[in-house]
Ligand binder design. Structure first.
Ligand code: COA
Length: 709
C-alpha cells in the first residue's frame, strides 16, 4: 500500500495504479471521497512505473452517486467536475471497474474515465429524474457522445438503470466480465497497455447528432404516465439538445439547467420523499441490536387464503421466503392457488420475471388446512375475515402453537391491535401488519404498534418490511391508524360533502386527478368496492362514532347493491367488461335526495374549491394524527400517502405540501371553512401552533427527533 485516505485507498500492482473507493454503504461521492480520488491521482503521478489507473469499489456497488446530503448544504470543493477534469486530463489511461450499481454521479464518474469494464450483474443508471433534478456532472453531454442523443434522452427520462450487457451493446461500457471483476479489469488494463491504447477522454468524442422534434415527442410520450404533472423532463430535453454544441458550451448549459432543477419545488419534494422513506424505518428507542440484526424470518404462515392472504403470500415468496397459506376451506385454497398462478403468469407475460423463477416462487407457497401447520413459522400473519371474535380466536390458538418468541401479526385494518393481542398470553409479540391491496405490489406497510407490542417485535417487523422491499410506517393503535383515518375523516369525507353540496362524482374525480392523484376518490371507491368501505366503517364505528353526514352516499350505494365496477354500477355506471366510468343520472338523483333530507342547498362548485377542501382536510386530519402521537413524524405521513394512497410524489406528500403552501395560509383557510362548514373543520392545534411560530411540519419533526436522540 502506497497511500490512502479514509475512504479512498491507493495501491499499485505492476504497472497498474489502483484507486479503491471504500465509503460504505453506497460509496456516495462526498467531499472526502472526491478529495481522496484527486490525492490518489496525484500520488500515482509520482510513480514512474505506473502506466495505467484502475478505479474500483471495495464494497457491493461502484457508487450510488452524489451525496444527497450535499444537495441541501451545497457542494464543497473539490467538485465532482474537478475530479472528472483530472481524470480526463490524465496522461495515463484510466479504467473504471463497475460492480453492483453505478448510479447518477457514480456513472458520471465512470463516464469521465477513459474505459469502462462492468461485471455482468452490474447495473448502470441515471436516477436523477426521480429526484426532480437533471444529472449535473456531465451525463447530459458525455452520455450522448457515447450512446447517441436519442438513447441518452431515453435513459435519463426513464431514470431506470440498464444491465451491463445492454450498456455494452449501447457502447456505454467496453467489456462485460464474469467472476472476479478486479482480476478481469487488471487483465483488461494489461491488454490496453500491450495494444498501446492510451487516454480516450469522452469529452473529446464527436458531438452527438441533434435530437429531432419527433425523437423528443416520442421519448416524452413513452414516459408520459410517470412524468404526469412533472417539469424536470423539460430541463433534460434542453440539456441533451445542448450536447450537439462543443463540449465546453454544452457543459455550461447543463450546469445552468442543473441549478434550476435543483432549486425547483419538485426537486425539494422528491428529495424529501426519498429521505422520508429511509427515515420511516427508524424508530427511536428500539433495541439497537434488534434493529441492526438481519431478521430471522425464513418461514412465514398466513392464515386466510382470500385475496389479501394470497397477495401477502406472493409478497413473501417474491422475497425468497417459504410460505404456508392456511385456510379451513378447500374451495378457498383452490381459488387462491389459481389467483397465485395467474398473478405469476401475468408477471411472466409482461416480461417482469422468467418462467422458471415464477415456478420456483409458486413452489415456495404450500397450502395447509390446520392452524397447526403454522407451528414452525417464524412469523404468522392472520388475514381472516374482519371480525373481532374470530381474529381473537385465531390469534389465541396460534399463541399456544408457536414458540413464544415468534411473531404474531394481524392484517386488520379496523380492529384494536391491543385488544387482539390481549387475547393471547404473549401480547408483546403481537402487532398489526396492515398491507394495502394489491399487497404484492403496493409499497406501503403500516406497522401497528399495540400498547403491549415489545420493542423487539417492532424491530423485527421493520426488518420484515425491508425484506419485502416495502416502506414501513409505524402507527399507534387508533381509529383507522394513519392512512385510513386521514382518508375517512379528511379526504374522502370532504369529497362526499362536496357531492352533497352540488358537485358531481366526475367533477370531483377530475379535479383531484388534475391535482395529481392517479384516480379520484369516487373512482377509487368503485374500484375497491363500496361495500368494502361500508364494512370498514361499521367496524370502526365500534371504536368511535362519527356524526351525520358521514359517507351517507357510499353507504346508500352499498345498500342498493351498487358496489362499483364489480356490479357494473357504483358512483358511476360501467358497461360490461369495461372500466370506463360513465355518469349515472340515478346516482345524481340519489345524492340530491340525501342532500334534501339534510336541508342542504345545492350549488355550482368550482374545481379549485374541490381541490382546496379535499387537500386541506387531509392536511388538517394529518396534523391531528401527528399531535395525537398516532404518527411520530410528519414525513411518515407523507410516506403513507405517497406510497399507499396515490398522493402525487412530486408534491412531497400532504404534510410537505402544507409546508410549501405555508402553514399561516393553511391555518387561515381551515379557519375559514370551519366558520362556513362547522365542527368537523376545527383546525388542528398543531397547525395553529406552528403557524403562530411561523414554523413548518418538517422543522417541528426535526426538533422532536433531535429531542428524542
Ligand atoms: N447519498 C447519500 N446517502 C445515500 C445515497 C446517496 N446518493 N444513496 C443511498 N444513501 C444512503 C441511504 O440514505 C441509506 O442511509 P441510512 O442507512 O442511513 O438510512 C443507505 O445509504 C442505504 O440506502 P438504502 O436506500 O436504504 O439501501 P438500498 O440497498 O435499498 O438501495 C440504492 C441502495 C443505492 C439503490 C438507493 O439508496 C438509491 O437509489 N440511492 C439514490 C441513488 C441516486 O438517486 N443517486 C443519484 C444522486 S446523483
Amino acid at each position: 500500500m502506497t497511500a490512502s485516505s479514509k475512504f479512498v485507498a491507493f495501491d499499485e500492482t505492476g504497472a497498474v495504479g489502483l484507486i479503491r473507493l471504500d465509503k460504505p454503504p453506497v460509496n456516495a461521492l462526498s467531499r472526502d471521497v472526491r478529495t481522496g480520488i484527486l490525492d490518489a491521482i496525484a500520488e500515482a503521478s509520482k510513480h514512474t512505473q505506473i502506466k495505467i489507473l484502475l478505479i474500483y469499489s471495495a464494497g457491493s456497488m461502484f457508487s450510488a452517486g452524489a451525496d444527497l446530503k450535499e444537495f441541501d448544504t451545497g457542494f464543497g470543493e473539490p467538485s465532482l467536475q474537478d475530479v472528472q477534469a483530472a481524470l480526463e486530463r490524465s496522461r495515463l489511461p484510466v479504467v473504471a471497474a463497475i460492480n453492483g450499481l453505478a448510479l447518477g454521479g457514480g456513472l458520471e464518474l465512470a463516464m469521465a474515465c477513459h474505459y469502462r469494464v462492468a461485471h455482468k450483474n452490474a447495473k448502470l443508471g441515471l436516477p436523477e429524474i426521480t429526484l426532480g433534478i437533471i444529472p449535473g456532472a456531465g451525463a447530459t453531454q458525455r452520455l450522448p457522445r457515447l450512446i447517441g442523443a436519442r438513447a441518452a434522452l431515453e435513459m435519463i427520462l426513464s431514470g431506470a438503470p440498464i444491465s451491463a450487457s445492454e450498456a455494452k451493446s449501447k457502447g456505454l461500457v467496453d467489456e462485460v466480465v464474469e467472476g472476479d471483476l478486479r482480476a478481469s479489469a487488471l487483465n483488461f488494463c494489461e491488454r490496453l497497455l500491450q495494444n498501446r491504447l492510451g487516454p480516450r477522454p469522452t469529452s473529446n468524442l464527436a458531438a452527438a447528432s441533434s435530437l429531432t422534434k419527433a425523437d423528443i415527442a416520442e421519448a416524452l410520450r413513452a414516459h408520459a404516465r410517470t412524468l404526469k404533472g412533472r417539469t424536470t423532463q423539460a430541463f433534460v430535453v434542453d440539456a441533451i439538445k445542448a450536447s450537439a454544441l462543443p463540449f465546453a458550451e454544452g457543459i455550461a448549459v447543463e450546469a445552468e439547467l442543473a441549478q434550476k432543477s435543483l432549486a425547483s419545488r419538485e426537486s425539494q419534494a422528491l428529495r424529501h420523499i426519498f429521505l422520508a422513506e429511509r427515515e420511516s424505518g427508524k424508530v427511536a428507542g428500539l433495541p439497537a441490536r434488534a434493529q441492526e440484526q438481519e431478521a430471522e424470518i425464513k418461514r412465514v404462515a398466513i392464515i386466510g387464503a382470500g385475496t389479501m392472504g394470497s397477495a401477502i403470500a406472493i409478497a413473501f415468496a417474491d422475497a425468497g421466503r417459504t410460505v404456508t397459506l392456511i385456510d379451513n376451506s378447500q374451495t378457498a385454497l383452490a381459488r387462491s392457488r389459481e389467483v397465485i398462478a395467474s398473478t405469476y403468469a401475468s408477471s411472466v407475460k409482461r416480461g417482469r420475471i422468467l418462467q422458471e423463477i415464477a415456478h420456483e416462487r409458486i413452489a415456495r407457497i404450500a397450502a395447509g388446512m390446520q392452524l397447526a401447520d403454522a407451528a414452525d413459522a417464524d412469523l404468522v400473519i392472520e388475514a381472516v375475515f374482519e371480525d373481532l371474535d374470530l381474529k381473537k380466536q385465531v390469534l389465541s390458538a396460534l399463541d399456544s402453537i408457536l414458540p413464544s418468541d415468534h411473531l404474531l401479526a394481524s392484517n386488520t385494518s379496523t380492529l384494536s391491535v391491543t385488544e387482539l393481542a390481549r387475547a393471547t398470553a404473549h401480547p408483546g409479540r403481537v402487532l398489526g401488519l396492515h398491507f394495502f391491496a394489491p399487497a404484492n405490489v403496493t409499497r406501503l406497510l403500516e406497522i401497528v404498534r399495540g400498547n403491549d407490542t415489545s420493542g423487539e417485535t417492532l424491530a423485527t417487523a421493520l426488518q420484515v418490511a425491508k425484506l419485502l422491499k416495502k416502506n414501513p410506517v409505524v402507527s399507534r393503535d387508533a381509529f383507522g391508524f394513519i392512512g385510513n383515518r386521514m382518508m375517512l375523516d379528511g379526504y374522502f369525507r370532504e369529497a362526499e360533502q362536496l357531492l352533497l353540496e352540488g358537485a358531481s362524482p366526475m367533477q370531483v374525480d377530475a379535479a383531484l386527478e388534475r391535482f395529481g392523484f392517479a384516480m379520484g376518490p369516487q373512482r377509487v371507491s368503485d374500484l375497491g368496492g363500496n361495500d368494502v368501505g361500508t364494512k370498514t366503517r361499521i367496524q370502526l364505528y365500534k371504536r368511535e362514532s362519527r356524526p351525520d353526514p358521514y359517507f351517507v352516499i357510499a353507504d346508500r350505494l352499498t345498500e342498493l347493491g351498487w358496489l362499483g365496477q364489480k356490479t357494473g354500477r357504483g358512483f358511476y355506471r360501467y358497461e360490461s367488461g369495461s372500466r370506463d366510468a360513465m355518469p349515472d343520472p340515478e346516482v345524481t338523483a340519489l345524492i340530491e335526495t340525501l342532500a334534501a333530507q339534510r336541508n342542504m342547498v345545492r350549488r355550482d362548485i368550482k374545481d379549485d374549491e374541490i381541490v382546496e377542501r379535499c387537500i386541506l382536510s387531509l392536511i388538517n386530519v394529518g396534523a391531528m394524527v401527528l399531535e395525537q402521537g398516532i404518527a411520530s413524524r410528519a414525513s411518515d405521513i407523507d410516506v403513507v400517502w405517497t406510497s399507499g394512497y396515490g398522493f402525487p410524489r412530486h408534491l412531497g406528500g400532504p404534510m410537505f405540501y402544507a409546508d410549501t403552501l405555508g402553514l399561516g395560509h393553511v391555518a387561515e383557510r381551515i379557519r375559514y371553512y370551519h366558520e362556513k362548514l362547522g365542527h368537523y373543520w376545527r383546525p388542528a392545534e398543531l397547525i395553529e401552533r406552528l403557524a403562530a411560530a411561523n414554523s413548518t411540519f418538517e422543522r417541528s419533526t426535526l426538533a422532536d427527533d433531535s429531542a428524542k436522540r
